[in-house]
Design a protein. Structure first.
Length: 334
């Protein structure tokens, strides 16, 4: 990030003092090193915690302040953009990439498509943009298949919007007072066919067009629609296949897709009719940092991922177990 002093002689130049850039939110952020050279402020944001901040759902803004005076915020920006997609691969196969970018048919995902945390469009909206408006999330254009989601918003005095869905599928999550000036953060899932996943070139497929959000002020129809480019959705395949079901291994090498995984038991202690044990599993396609480092999971480590209502996977000791289609109950009908 580079902040340049204005060239207009009638405007104030670079203020004296020590500057500080903060990326993240008021609750979770990192402070970046700033230097002033040739009347230019340059901030370098890196370090061990940068990945955690950038992947955090709390990420809200970039702020520039004078050090020692936290109330003197010179610039503060909401970050409109996309959160990455993450596919949890239970067992790799030849059609993994092809299934990953295939569109759902009538809301039903392609068979054997990995359960994923979908890419999310993160959009900040507030009464400064409009009090009553129509919002469209689009890929390439807002015509035909390019229209991903559309809904109308009406501002309420409780510092949030009333949402009326018009088209598209998936949850619309609203986080009130999440941004600068009390703006609401909207998180909108991106369908799988718009994702840029590793290996697309190998199957002769190119990534879809950039995604953008467009809103229209319904109280002032004479104003032109506002568009904000969010970029191209991207994703990764996360290896959750430490012991892939139905796939043999020789010397720790999975013969189906070639990844390396093995299990090591550190200790076992007898307890009544059973035993207490601690075991670790390594997987070279698991690229996330865990409690034991990159690629390592232990037998007390477990979590559940929900892609959408009725579609889940449970990850236990580095191996995911999919529940791709579960019966759900509509609480409103009970």
């Amino acid at each position: 990030m580079q902040l340049v002093a204005p060239a207009d002689a009638g405007r104030a130049g670079t203020l004296p003092g020590t500057y500080q850039v903060r990326i993240g939110s008021d609750q979770y952020a990192i402070d970046c090193a700033v230097k002033l050279e040739d009347e230019k402020l340059t901030a370098t944001c890196d370090g061990a915690w940068l990945y955690d901040v950038l992947s955090s759902r709390d990420l809200v803004y970039i702020g520039l302040t004078l050090s020692g005076n936290g109330e003197n915020v010179l610039y503060k920006y909401n970050l409109q953009g996309l959160s990455p997609r993450r596919d949890l691969v239970t067992a790799g196969h030849q059609a993994t990439v092809e299934k990953a970018v295939k569109a759902d048919e009538d809301g039903v995902p392609a068979k054997l498509r990995a359960v994923s945390e979908p890419a999310l469009a993160n959009v900040f909206l507030g009464p400064e943009q409009f009090k009553a408006g129509r919002v469209k999330l689009c890929a390439g254009s807002c015509n035909g298949d390019g229209l991903i989601r559309s809904f109308e918003l009406k501002w309420k005095e409780g510092a949030s919007y009333e949402v009326t869905e018009l088209s598209g599928k998936g949850a619309i999550e609203q986080v009130p007072n999440a941004g600068v000036e009390g703006e609401s953060l909207f998180r909108l899932p991106i369908p799988p066919q718009y994702g840029k996943m590793p290996g697309l070139e190998q199957i002769g497929t190119t990534a879809s067009a950039d995604v953008f959000v467009e809103w229209t002020d319904l109280e002032h129809p004479e104003r032109p629609p506002k568009q904000v480019d969010l970029g191209k959705p991207a994703g990764t395949f996360q290896g959750a296949n430490g012991r892939a079901p139905g796939q043999a291994g020789i010397g720790g090498v999975n013969v189906a897709d070639g990844h390396v995984s093995f299990r090591h038991e550190d200790f076992t202690l007898p307890e009544y009719a059973g035993a207490v044990r601690f075991a670790r599993t390594y997987n070279n396609t698991d690229n996330e940092i865990g409690t034991l480092g990159i690629g390592w999971r232990h037998n007390f480590e477990a979590y559940v991922v929900e892609e959408s209502l009725g579609r889940y996977t449970m990850v236990l000791e580095g191996q995911s177990y999919d529940f791709p289609s579960c019966e759900t109950v509509d609480a409103k009908k009970l």
